[in-house]
Each structure stands twice: as C-alpha cells, then as structure tokens.
Design a protein around this ligand. Sequence first.
Ligand code: PLP
Length: 461
Amino acid sequence: IRANSPAARDVAYALHPYTDLRAHAENGPLIIARGEGVRVYDDQGRDYIESIAGLWCASLGFSNDRLVAAATKQMKELPFYHAFTGRSHGPLIELSEMLVERAPLANGGAAMSKVFFANSGSEANDTALKMIWYFNNATGRPLKKKVISRVKGYHGVTIAAASLTGLPANHKLFDLPIAGIFHTTTPHFYHEGQEGETEEAFATRCADDLEALILREGPDTVAAMFAEPVMGAGGVIVPPRTYWAKMQAVLRKYDVMLVADEVICGFGRTGSYWGCQTFDITPDILTCAKALSSAFLPISAVVVSDRVFQGLADGSKTIGTFGHGFTYSGHPVAAAVAVETLKIYDEMDIVGHAQRVGPYMQAALKARFGAHPLVGEVRGIGMVAAVELSPDPAGRKNFDPAAKIGPRLVKYGEKHGIILRSTPGDSIAISPPLVMVENEVDEMVERFGRAVDDLAVELRR
Ligand code: PLP
C-alpha cells in the first residue's frame, strides 16, 4: 500500500463493516470510484460487473439520471421534514399510497393497510417486532411475545434483528439471541433433506418442526414468525414448492403473525413484484428496503395489515401512543427517490423483465456450473441464484470454513472483472441489478466461470 494513497488513508482511518480488520490492514481496500449500468469502476479505471447489485440492492444499476433529478428537486424544495406528531409531507404521502397499492394481499385476503418508514432493513424488522409486541400488549395479551425465525435467515444487525438472524456463529460473538427468539429448520432440501425423503415430505417436516416449537414454547406466548420468502444472505435458499402453504397453515392455527422480510425479495427479484406473490404468502406485516430506492438513498418500509393497524390505533387509547420512530422516518429526499424508483419499475415492467431475463440467467448458470467439479448445487429463482462450491459434489459436502474458499474465489473474481459475494457454506450469491440484459448475463457468467476455473487450478496444486 503506497504511503498517503487513498488506500493507506482508508487503512489509517476507516473501520469497515463485516471485515477481517487485520487482513484489511495488510491488503487495503478495493476502492470503487464510479458506476454505470451493471458495472462499477475502481480508482484505477478497471471495470467490474456487479453480480450482486452492491448488496442485493442497486436494482436499477449504478447510474440513473431520473433518480438524481428527483433527489435534487426534493432537496431544493424541502430537504427535510419529519413525520412525528401528525406532521407529513408530499413524498411520504405519495410513497405510502404507492406501496399500499402495490403490496401483496394480507393475511385474511384483504389489502394491506398502512406504511411506516425507517432507514434500513434492520430498523424495519426491529420496528415490526415492536409493533407486534405493542399490538399484543394493546389487545390484552402481553405474554404473547416470543418470536420464531429460521436458521440461516437474515434479518439485519441491530440487537433484535441480529437475534432474528439465524447465524449461530454470529450470535456467539455478541451473546445473542435476546430472550424469546427461537430458530426453526432451514428449508434447504439439498442439505437438510433426509435419505429417501421426498421434497414434499421434507416440506411437511419443516412445518411439523415449526408446530413442535410453537407447542413446546406454548402457543399463548408465541407472537410471530419472521421469514424471507427466499432466504438471501443465508445462501439463496429456495424453499420446496409446498413449504409456504404448510408453514402458513401452522401459523394460522396458533394465531402466530407472519412478517415477510422482503428486503431482498421485494420489487421483482423472484420474478413477481413480491416474493410473497411467488409463494402465495399472505403476511400480517411486510418489511422492505434496498431496491425500494434502488439503493440510491437509505429508506425502508413496514407495511401492515388492517388488523395490525387497528391494534396500533386502539393502543393509543388503551396503553399509550406507539412510542417509536426515527428522525429520518420517511425522509423526504429518500422518499422522493423511492417514488421515482417505483415509477421507473412500472414503466420498464420490472416484473416482466425479471420473468424474461431470470430464466435465461438461471439456465446460463446451470449450463456453466451444473457439472463443474467444484460445484455442488446451482439453485435460484427469478433473478437471484447461488452457486455452491463443494470439495465433493456427489457427497454434498462443504469445504472447511477455515479454508475460506468463498473469499478466495471473490479475489479471483476481482482479477477477472466481476464483483462476487460469498455467503456461508461457500455459496456464491448472484443477484445482479434487475436491469441486466441477456448479453450482460453472458458476460457475467463468463467472468464468474474464469474465476471458478482459477480457483480449481489453485486447489489442484
Ligand atoms: N433483511 C434481509 C432479508 C436482508 O438481506 C438484509 C440485509 O442484507 C436486512 C434485512 C438488513 O438490512 P440493512 O442492512 O439495511 O439493515
């Protein structure tokens, strides 16, 4: 690292999220200087295809003049106002309306009712949890407050969201989860399915595990389940076809609310507008973020059913005002950018685009990696996929995590001009900007393939 270079200054002053800090001090950062379409460029001018849209978020890619104009216009008109104590503003109103209009049907089959804003996926999930606790307090069931999520589910990093996140190795670092949060079976047939078990029987077993957990804890004490329609950061785990019908039947039986975490799945990623629609999920609450503003500014939303809204509204009388909100809940500039983002999604028919390019991308990944000697499973749906690396594909084995195979592949990716993301189990997640077209898919898969081939050569040495 050259003295006084930006890399040296980064190492000297910046503390990075989710980063091996000792290794970072030695290697320095990859500094991204600008973006255009599905590519980003480093400070040396080298281009990289962004196979993961930043962090599964930049759905319109890394340049968009309309979003710049929307932000600029709003900054000139009203750079900030808040939504506390009855205040409001135009972008918040318009975005609330647009989200309710586009939301999937709620539990019970009626339309979703209202929207609450926050700044990140973690905050949205913490907010949903506080809403549920408040709802049960307000409706005279203060003991109904335990929550279930799933092993390998990802819901964020604030204390409650990190507890919901089902990564045991991460929990150990912080003495989590907090009391009352439990994790049930990951619906990943490839790894969790048993000898001789059909996928259908496996889905039934997942629902049975959920029911057993609810019964063990006591249905009167279990308030909600948080789940991504398709798990993202846990390794792009697409559940069996009948999984969600069976899971929802159990939840309904015990009046356990369902929070659909659409932070990755929302806005076309799985080939429907919402992951809920891909899997016929009717949630009580939906959380979203990331692609809501195509990542141009931080904003997240909690969309609630009418039943939840009525509980929150009545609570003001029975137990006191819902005392929760962020300074920047519904920030006007972020909301204006989100409004423009949703308009662009409509105009470009983002769902139709994902339905066209998604199968093309899945087929290209299967063709390139399906029989690769270093690949165990290629899986995905819509425009999200994973390629799981394996030392023994026939035995469905994973590499020893200490070998850091995924991170090593990511380095080879950089050499070949592609940004890759490794998730636990050395599953390389692919979730490109949704604007990606077929010839860019080809180029992405080609660069990715060269990186995997390089890794294979290294491992044979
Ligand atoms: N939920 C899901 C499904 C996510 O993938 C993420 C982030 O990757 C989060 C929640 C947390 O979002 P944030 O990082 O904006 O807090």
